[in-house]
Design a protein around this ligand. Structure first.
Ligand code: DAH
Length: 342
């Protein structure tokens, strides 16, 4: 082999070996193309060496050709590997740049804030649960009532002085003073007795209205719960026991209840019931009594066969008592700092 070709071949083999390292370090596709042109292009030493092969004897040519091809293949393999590596890296970069983050997460500093039911709603739900546990069902009636349901059927005729004590809010509809916002939940007693046959055991919670100025212990729109039990041989003892049982279930065993004789047109005898406060004093909670025979008759129930008791009291007052709140108006101020305590 002529020495000039031998030098060219050796130089090329050397360059091919170096190219492997340069290609492995190439940072982008452009650098790979430069190296490729340098080593395999028209003006490369490879092309020059190939040209010189024609001048050699056939024997020498085969040997030189084999070496040149081996070096070329080495370069081509390294170029292909570098291209594959860089194309994959470029694709990965592009995917990372184009990636859409579809997850939504609240910043860790702001924990989930949960709401809660209004304390009056909580008290109502709990009362319902206590009475359902005693075998009662829940009944409902309308908030706008007629004089029949709100007064007359409850043994409060037009002339009765008790009508005045209710501070009724009338609705400007029909005959004067015949349609009103219900001033108590007692009309639900009438609606239930008209529609069902005894035995009857119901409670009826709901909103009630009176022309009262709001103060620490009164709201013009407030909530009551009515109870009605009609069965055979019901006595005042059943009434006292029921009230005692509910007070205990609602407040716990340390709270006591007592009945005081009173007057309501729809019960005879009638009583008011109080519950004991931690300081030993008594708080008036509501009224109760044995359902008046006139009321039973007004609903088509024979008082000779059926007797019953009824009671009614304010749910808001119960919630005030339970949570030791000084001013009942807090319930309607809608101040979240107050409400979030329950
Ligand atoms: N309805 C009466 C009121 O609002 C409370 C009441 C008293 C209800 C006696 C009753 C009862 O069922 O028997 O003042």
């Amino acid at each position: 082999m002529r020495s000039s070709l031998a030098r060219v071949l050796e130089g090329y083999e050397q360059a091919a070996a170096e190219a492997e390292e340069r290609l492995a370090a190439a940072a982008d596709i452009g650098a790979v193309a430069d190296i490729e042109r340098d080593l395999l292009g028209r003006r490369s030493r490879f092309t020059a060496a190939k040209r010189q092969l024609g001048d050699l004897d056939p024997g020498e040519r085969a040997e030189a050709g084999r070496r040149l091809n081996a070096a070329r293949q080495r370069v081509e393999t390294s170029v292909a590997a570098a291209r594959t590596r860089l194309t994959a890296a470029a694709r990965a970069d592009r995917h990372a740049a184009e990636r859409l983050d579809l997850t939504e997460r609240l910043p860790q500093a702001a924990p989930l804030r949960r709401g809660s039911f209004h304390p009056v709603t909580q008290a109502r739900d709990r009362l319902e649960d206590v009475f359902i546990g005693m075998g009662y069902t829940v009944a409902e009636g309308p908030e706008v009532e007629s004089a029949w349901y709100n007064f007359e059927a409850l043994n409060i005729p037009e002339w009765h002085p008790a009508r005045g004590s209710f501070d009724t809010i009338f609705v400007n509809l029909g005959e004067p003073e015949q349609v009103m916002l219900r001033s108590h939940t007692s009309p639900v007693q009438i609606r239930v007795m008209e529609n069902r046959k005894p035995p009857i055991y119901i409670v009826a919670p709901g909103r009630t209205f009176r022309a009262d100025t709001a103060d620490a212990t009164h709201l013009p729109a407030f909530n009551q719960i009515e109870g009605l039990a009609i069965d055979r041989n019901i006595t005042m003892g059943d009434l006292a026991g029921t009230i005692d049982e509910f007070v205990r279930a609602f407040f716990g065993t340390e709270v006591k209840s007592r009945l005081r004789p009173s007057y309501f047109p729809f019960t005879e005898p009638s009583a008011e019931f109080d519950i004991s406060r931690p300081d030993g004093s008594w708080l008036e909670l509501g009224g109760c009594g044995m359902v008046h025979p006139n009321v039973l008759r007004n609903c088509g129930i024979d008082p000779e066969q059926w007797q019953g008791f009824a009671f009614g009291f304010g749910i808001d007052r119960l919630a005030v008592m339970r949570h030791e709140i000084d001013d009942i108006r807090e319930f309607v101020n809608n101040d979240v700092r107050f409400l979030s305590q329950f």
